[in-house]
Design a protein around this ligand. Sequence first.
Ligand SMILES: CC(C)(COP(=O)(O)OP(=O)(O)OC[C@H]1O[C@@H](n2cnc3c(N)ncnc32)[C@H](O)[C@@H]1OP(=O)(O)O)[C@@H](O)C(=O)NCCC(=O)NCCS
Length: 182
Amino acid sequence: MPDPSAAPDSQPPLSLARRVADSAVREQVYMIFPNDLNNNDTVFGGLIMSQMDRLCAVVADRHAGAICSTVGVDAVHFLKPARRGDVLIFSACVNRAWNTSMEIGCRVEAETIAGLDRRHILSAYLTFVAQNSEGRPHPVPALVVESDQEKRRYGEAQLRRESRLAHSEALKRLRAPTTSEP
Ligand SMILES: CC(C)(COP(=O)(O)OP(=O)(O)OC[C@H]1O[C@@H](n2cnc3c(N)ncnc32)[C@H](O)[C@@H]1OP(=O)(O)O)[C@@H](O)C(=O)NCCC(=O)NCCS
């Protein structure tokens, strides 16, 4: 079985690699106020997605040492609602780095202001691409995975990437003009 901490081909040497902990954000809190709610009196989902994207952009930029853009977010499912007076808790880290892209995993929880009743609100996987000053994709450092959890995420991220790229290619083929079209 390949060593999951080894640098993939065509990436910078492992000496330039960064550990997951070098860029991870743990338990970033956000207090919910009334203007964060939707008409159902639960937290507006777009607010959570926006916060998640910002946080993951910081993780990606830190790992890459460059400005990164979001190219995709895997299916987001809201598992439980967050409510007025809750505190949202965001955690995010790099799951895997490839050539110019990275998968950042984000977990969002909510708890009451007193720190009780912690609930898992959503988890999502975001793909970021590092860019150079011309806005073109730029190589990112390899990722060193150490704990069993980091190694599991690293392995699973490859499966998700293959599925994302296959889906993207299938859509391109479907949308490509056929020779019979005028
Ligand atoms: C980021 C951007 C410059 C990349 O350009 P591109 O021509 O798609 O570049 P490439 O085809 O060379 O792909 C670059 C990387 O993205 C990956 N990628 C491309 N499409 C992807 C998708 N749908 N899902 C996941 N990864 C994808 C490629 O696999 C490649 O990764 P790798 O180098 O690690 O193998 C371009 O897609 C872009 O500008 N997108 C808009 C970004 C944006 O505005 N985001 C919202 C605001 S931040």
